[in-house]
Design a protein around this ligand. Structure first.
Ligand SMILES: CC(=O)SCCNC(=O)CCNC(=O)[C@H](O)C(C)(C)COP(=O)(O)OP(=O)(O)OC[C@H]1O[C@@H](n2cnc3c(N)ncnc32)[C@H](O)[C@@H]1OP(=O)(O)O
Ligand SMILES: CC(C)C(=O)C(=O)O
Ligand SMILES: [Mg+2]
Length: 502
C-alpha cells in the first residue's frame, strides 16, 4: 500500500516573495480556493508578522477555505509566533511554521549566534507555538548546507519539544539529489524519535535541481513536499507542484500517492500566472505552452502513429485538452497531412508531395505555419465560399426569354446570355455556360414561405460534379435571383481544384 504524500503549497508565501507577484487579500482568496479545489493538503497562506495586509490575508483565507490546513510562517521569535497564532484564529485546522537557520553560514553570519543558542531558540519557538496549536512545523533553514551532526541534534530536540512536522529546506538550492536524499536518510537513521514527526522537503531551484531533490527526499522517506504552482518562488523559484505530482503519478515505483486532482493542474497554473503577472515559460514541464507540442517531423510522425511514442503522460491528465502538432520547417509529410485532413483536404501521393514542397519553401521563411497559410497553399484543393460570385442577373422577354448573367470565377469576370423556356431556366443555363466543367443539376425545389404576392421564395438545389453531390440554398422575393443564388451557393461547395483542372 502507498503512503500518503502531503502536498504543502507555499505559492501564497514563498511564491509570493517574488518581486512583482504580490497579491492583495481578494486575489489570495481566489488562489487559495483554487488550491483547495485542486486538492492540496496544506496552504501556507502568509507570514503574518510581515505586514497588516499579510496578517489579514491569512485570517481571511482561514475563513474562506475549509479542507486544507492553513499554515502561517514565523521566525523563531516570540512576537512572530503570537501574531501567527492570532492570524489563524478562524482556521478550522491551523498550523504554525516556525524555525531558524541551521547552517554554519546562517548561524555565524546571519544570526550571529552559536549552535547551542540556535537549538535553544528553536526548541523555545516550538514550545511556544504548541501553546497555540497542536500542529507545529519546524523549519531548519539552510539545512542543505548544514552539518549532519548538528542537524540531527536540533531535529531530535524540536521533535521532543512538540514539532509534528520537520522541514529540511535546501534554502539556497545548493544540493545535488543524492546529497539531499542523504540528509533525509541520515535523519531517518540517526534521530531516535524521527517517526513522531513527518519529514518535509522544501527545495529551491538555483541549480535546477528542486524537483529532483524533492523526489530524492521522498524516496528517502520524506512524506510532505513543499511546492508552488509553476515553481515560482525566491530567486530561481521553489519546487514546482505539477512536476512532483506528475513524476509520482508517472512512476509507480515511488510508493506514495497524493490527493491532487491532476486535471485541474493546468487551470490552476494559468490562474496563478495571470494573478501574479508571472508568465509560464513555454518549455516549462507539464504546464508550459510547448509541454505537449510536437514540432519536428520524426516526433510528429511518431505521435500520430502512437501517442506514447513521444508522450509519457496523457495531456488530459493535467487538464490540457490535447497535444498539438505544430507545423514548422522541420515537419514532415505526416504532420502536414494531419493538418490538411483536419481542414477537410484529403491529399495523397503527387498532390501531397506538391503541397509539401510549397509548404517547405514557406516554412523556411515563416517560423510557424498557421491555418491561413495552409489554406493559401491548398486553396485549389478546397472549396471556397467566395470562389464563384454572382455580380448581376437579368432577363428580357421578346417572344423568347433571354437571360444576361455576370459572374466572377476566381479572379476573372464573365458575362453570358442564354435562352430558356422561362427566366429561371434561362439564367441557370447562362451560369452553366460560364462555369466549366459542366455540373449536372439534379434537384431544384422552390418553396413559397407565405401565401402573398410579395412572398419570399426558398430555393434548394442539388448539383452533381464527378458523382459527388453539392447542395445550394437561398431565399429571395425575386424567384429568378433566388434560383441563381442557390446555384452559385452549390457551385461554391465544389473544391476549387475541380474548376482549376478544366
Ligand atoms: C528562507 C525564507 O524564505 S524565510 C522568509 C522570507 N520572507 C520574508 O522575509 C518576508 C517577511 N519579512 C519581513 O516582513 C521582515 O523581514 C520581518 C518583519 C520578518 C523582520 O523585519 P525586521 O525586524 O525589520 O528585520 P530585518 O528583515 O531587517 O532582518 C531580519 C532579522 O530577523 C532575524 N532572523 C532571520 N531569520 C530568523 C529566524 N528564523 N528566527 C529568528 N530570527 C531570524 C535576522 O537575523 C535579522 O535579525 P537582526 O536584525 O537582529 O540581525
Ligand atoms: C522559511 C523556509 C521554510 C524557507 O522558505 C526556506 O528555507 O527556503
Ligand atoms: Mg523557501
Amino acid at each position: 500500500m502507498s503512503d500518503k504524500l502531503w502536498i504543502f503549497d507555499t505559492t501564497l508565501r514563498d511564491g509570493e516573495q517574488v518581486p512583482g507577484c504580490q497579491l492583495n487579500t481578494q486575489e489570495k482568496i481566489i488562489v487559495a480556493k483554487a488550491l483547495e479545489d485542486l486538492g492540496v493538503d496544506i496552504i501556507e497562506a502568509g507570514f503574518p508578522i510581515s505586514s497588516p495586509g499579510d496578517f489579514k490575508s491569512v485570517e481571511e483565507i482561514s475563513k474562506a477555505v475549509s479542507n486544507p490546513i492553513i499554515c502561517a510562517l514565523s521566525r523563531a521569535v516570540q512576537k512572530d509566533i503570537e501574531v501567527a497564532a492570532d492570524s489563524l484564529k478562524y482556521a478550522k485546522k491551523g498550523r504554525i511554521h516556525t524555525g531558524i537557520g541551521v547552517s554554519p553560514e546562517h548561524i555565524k553570519y546571519k544570526l550571529r549566534s552559536d549552535p547551542d543558542e540556535i537549538i535553544r531558540r528553536g526548541v523555545a519557538a516550538v514550545k511556544l507555538a504548541r501553546n497555540f496549536v497542536d500542529d507545529v512545523e519546524f523549519y531548519a533553514e539552510d539545512a542543505g548546507r548544514a552539518e549532519h551532526d548538528f542537524l540531527a541534534k536540533i531535529i531530535e530536540e524540536v521533535i521532543k519539544a512538540g514539532a509534528t512536522v520537520v522541514n529540511i529546506p535546501d534554502t539556497t538550492g545548493y544540493c545535488l539529489p543524492e546529497q539531499y536524499g542523504g540528509f533525509i536518510s541520515m535523519l531517518k537513521n540517526r534521530v531516535p524519535n524521527i517517526d513522531k514527526a513527518i519529514i518535509s522537503t522544501h527545495c529551491h531551484n538555483d541549480l535546477g535541481m528542486a524537483t529532483a531533490n524533492t523526489i530524492a527526499g521522498v524516496q528517502a522517506g520524506a512524506r510532505q513536499v513543499e511546492v508552488t504552482i509553476n515553481g515560482i518562488g525566491e530567486r530561481a523559484g521553489n519546487t514546482s507542484m505539477e512536476e512532483v505530482v506528475m513524476a509520482i503519478k508517472c512512476h509507480g515505483s515511488i510508493p506514495v500517492e497524493t490527493s491532487i486532482d491532476t486535471p485541474k493542474i493546468y487551470g490552476t497554473s494559468r490562474l496563478v500566472s495571470k494573478l501574479m503577472n508571472m508568465p509560464v515559460q513555454p518549455n516549462k514541464a507539464i504546464v508550459g505552452r510547448n509541454a505537449f507540442a510536437h514540432s519536428s517531423g520524426i516526433h510528429q510522425d511518431g505521435v500520430l502513429k502512437h501517442r506514447e511514442n513521444y508522450e509519457i503522460m496523457d495531456p488530459k491528465d493535467v487538464g490540457v485538452a490535447e497535444s498539438s502538432i505544430v507545423l514548422t520547417a522541420r515537419s514532415g509529410r505526416a504532420a502536414l497531412k494531419h493538418h490538411l485532413d483536419a481542414l477537410g483536404v484529403e491529399l495523397e501521393g503527387e498532390e501531397l508531395r506538391e503541397v509539401y514542397e510549397q509548404f517547405l519553401l514557406l516554412a523556411d521563411k515563416k517560423r510557424d505555419i498557421g491555418r491561413k497559410d495552409l489554406m493559401s497553399l491548398v486553396g485549389k484543393y478546397v472549396s471556397d465560399s467566395n470562389f464563384v460570385e454572382l455580380i448581376s442577373v437579368g432577363y428580357s422577354s421578346n417572344g423568347n426569354i433571354t437571360s444576361q448573367v455576370k459572374l466572377k470565377v476566381g479572379e476573372k469576370e464573365y458575362s453570358e446570355t442564354a435562352e430558356g423556356n422561362g427566366p429561371v431556366d434561362a439564367v441557370l443555363k447562362a451560369i452553366e455556360k460560364i462555369v466549366e466543367p459542366q455540373v449536372e443539376l439534379e434537384e431544384f425545389l422552390i418553396q413559397a414561405m407565405t401565401a402573398g404576392s410579395d412572398d419570399v421564395a426558398k430555393v434548394h438545389m442539388k448539383v452533381i460534379k464527378n458523382d459527388v453531390p453539392y447542395f445550394g440554398f437561398s431565399s429571395n422575393s425575386d424567384i429568378v435571383l433566388a434560383s441563381a443564388m442557390a446555384f452559385v451557393d452549390a457551385l461554391n461547395k465544389i473544391p476549387v481544384k475541380e474548376y482549376a483542372t478544366t
